[in-house]
Design a protein around this ligand. Sequence first.
Ligand code: MV4
Length: 451
Amino acid sequence: MRIIRACRELGIETVAIYSEADRHSPHLKQADRIVCIGPARSEESYLNMDAILQAAEQYECQALHPGYGFLAENALFAERCWQQKITFIGPPPHIIRLMGDKLTAKRTMRAAGLETIPGSEALLADVEEAATVARDVGYPVLLKATAGGGGKGMRLCRDEDELRRSFVEATLEAEKAFGHPGLYLEKVIQGGRHIEFQVLADAYDQVIHLGERECSIQRNHQKLVEESPSPVIDAVVRSRLGEQVVRAMRAIGYRNAGTVEFLRDPEGRLYFMEMNTRLQVEHPVTEMVTGIDLVKEQIRIAAHHRLDLCQEDVTWHGHAIECRINAEDPDHDFRPDPGRITTFVPPSGSPLGEVRLDTHVEEGYTIPPFYDSMIGKLIVHAPTRPAAITAMTEALTQFRLEGIRTTIPLHQRIMASDEFIAGNYDITFLDRLLAMEPAMTSSEGPVSEGA
Ligand code: MV4
């Protein structure tokens, strides 16, 4: 829906693909053409490169937007698009591959001037080498799979005993899960915050940054709330780090939209963690504070237009917060809760700020059980952070979403929490909030009233 909207505004015709499970998906009403690419199982549809490329060929598509899931960061898929003379809306395949290998990405970004977390410089040859590095940097350490990322393939080791017990297991697990056994190791940063920078780079080496997003409110590596600006990044840090990021992107020949993730330690040091070579779910908060349409920029860049913005043209206004609305049951460890949406009344505006709802669902729609549980994103933009929190609280209260359980009550709890209001939270915040009284998170009956 988001991509179709950008295309429509640019006068570009769209072909939407869908799986059999999504044949009633509302996005199909928005596209100019639609084509079914296979059965519900994503391996046979949304991950099926042959089926997608065949559909693109059949409909004479000039370009393909991979979205932010499934094949969006698959270098082979990008390569196959180019081989078929279809413009892949994203960076070149070799950049996707480079950033997909987390240790190579770390080494490359360190060489390009970003600070990285102390740890092993190369893949760990064996457990003895791991133990030596760990002794060097100090426990606790994290064993990370170089082919992992996004929290997958990580193991916490509090002492050498744990490291020795975990090493072989982690190697086998990485081989099995990612097809690559390589591990590296880092000192653990405790109480960190996840802060990421948005970049845009055109085909003519013009690179700009659009500031940061704070994404520390997460559970099991799934972000729940994002905001921009971060409560802990001031204009001086933004500009200094932004310049470093831009320089690093120029050094590697980055192109299109991308996100550079940092972990910020309690002392305020920012360490490069990973780079995402795609549009991200949380891109709207950046769009709201900068007024820049990221999807349109992605398409223009892919079409070899020059960025018509330079860094000085990028200005930030007010504060934006995004709450991810997931069809999940808070009473059962947030397991997916698909089903029919019987009532869907989006929040009306707020006098405090702008309210935006990015969603593909509508009243009467049945969420299929096969894919992600995220069904929408509620975004507010207000002059100040307190006003944005108030506007979000109001919007969550107005939102009527019945028939399924959702994360709306949890968001209300987050918006009301002292730590969130103070802007004083880290990546452990949500787990700690959930360990407290279940309170109003599950006070509803079997059906969520939304508010
Ligand atoms: C870390 C870390 C602490 N110390 N590395 C998780 C996802 C991936 N990008 C790396 N991750 C982490 N790496 C060191 N040396 C803590 C995390 C981490 C995390 C980071 C960002 C957001 C949420 C997180 C949740 C758990 C762990």
